[in-house]
Design a protein around this ligand. Structure first.
Ligand SMILES: [Zn+2]
Length: 173
């Protein structure tokens, strides 16, 4: 993705208050991130461990979404859990369940969308092999890197579609 700056990121959030968008903690090394290898920017809040954020370009517009850590996936050495965006299998707590408030009235009424994702939200780096899960992920993958990237982008778009869908707006009273 094209590099985005602090102002653009803070102005992009669609599912939180302006105050929250102003206060949230950005990645510390923003200008130095490997933008060429990012399909979207995802990070955990360095000051609030239960918060995470996604910033992605959607139909030419930068869209930011806040996430809440709903549940650490149970640590187990024998089992792995799969990220629903990049389909990387992680052992232990490498995948976490996040929830995002929906936009608009639905979100204000507490309506959220949940997704299992890489706990560090670095899906773009896993699909490119720049980061590896501890258990030799992608061992059984037959897709090329390019195909994995496309799949992750499509999966992320599906998630963003659900967050951006204001389910209450179509309600007639
Ligand atoms: Zn992932």
């Amino acid at each position: 993705m094209n590099p985005v700056g602090e102002k653009e990121i803070r102005g992009s959030f669609v599912n939180c208050s302006k105050g929250e968008a102003r206060r949230l903690n950005l990645p510390r090394n923003l200008p130095d991130l490997p933008w060429d290898d990012l399909d979207f920017l995802g990070w955990r809040d360095p000051g609030a461990p239960d918060r995470g954020y996604l910033v992605a370009e959607r139909h030419g517009v930068i869209v930011g979404v806040t996430l809440r850590l709903a549940q650490e996936v149970r640590r187990s050495l024998a089992k792995s859990t799969i990220c629903s965006v990049c389909v990387t299998a992680h052992p232990g707590t490498g995948v976490a369940l996040f929830t995002a408030p929906r936009v608009g009235a639905a979100g204000r009424q507490g309506n959220t969308v949940g997704t299992y994702m890489c706990a560090d939200l670095a899906c773009s780096l896993y699909v490119r092999g720049r980061k590896r899960a501890d258990l030799g992920a992608l061992r059984f993958e037959t897709l090329t890197e390019e195909e994995r990237i496309v799949r992750a982008v499509v999966n992320l778009e599906g998630f963003l579609d659900k967050v951006l869908e204001d389910t209450m707006s179509s309600t007639t009273l």
